[in-house]
Ligand binder design. Structure first.
Ligand SMILES: [Zn+2]
Length: 119
């Protein structure tokens, strides 16, 4: 399968998520976190505690978050508001490319829910 060879220039497929997607589902999927300073961090682990989650980034920051669709982080993630990428986290290029090919729509896209039916 010579044609299946991976190239750095290969564009990731576009993916669509609902705007009202649960924050926890979203970050478990994309594994990125926008800090208040506007830096994008890579998420190493997400530990769920009911309505809260403990996030550990690759640069070893740990903090608790709430599962809010309207939180600052949820909005920043959806709008792709960040001015830089954390150097310590070393987010791979493909992950950033995948993120930039991710779109959030009000009426279209996956909610990543377990019981989701394809429509
Ligand atoms: Zn970081």
């Amino acid at each position: 399968m010579a044609e299946g060879k991976k190239t750095a220039t290969k564009k990731p497929a576009k993916r669509y998520y609902r705007k009202r997607i649960e924050l926890f589902r979203l970050i478990e999927k994309i594994k990125l976190w926008p800090s208040r300073q506007g830096l994008l961090h890579g998420i190493k682990t997400v530990d769920l505690f009911g309505d809260q989650a403990r996030i550990t980034t690759h640069c070893n920051k740990t903090f608790m978050i709430n599962n809010s669709r309207n939180s600052r982080a949820a909005r920043w993630l959806r709008n792709k508001w960040f001015k830089g990428v954390c150097e310590t986290c070393r987010i791979p290029e493909w992950k950033l490319a995948k993120y930039s090919a991710t779109y959030f729509k009000r009426k279209y896209g996956s909610t990543l829910a377990n019981n989701e039916r394809s429509t």
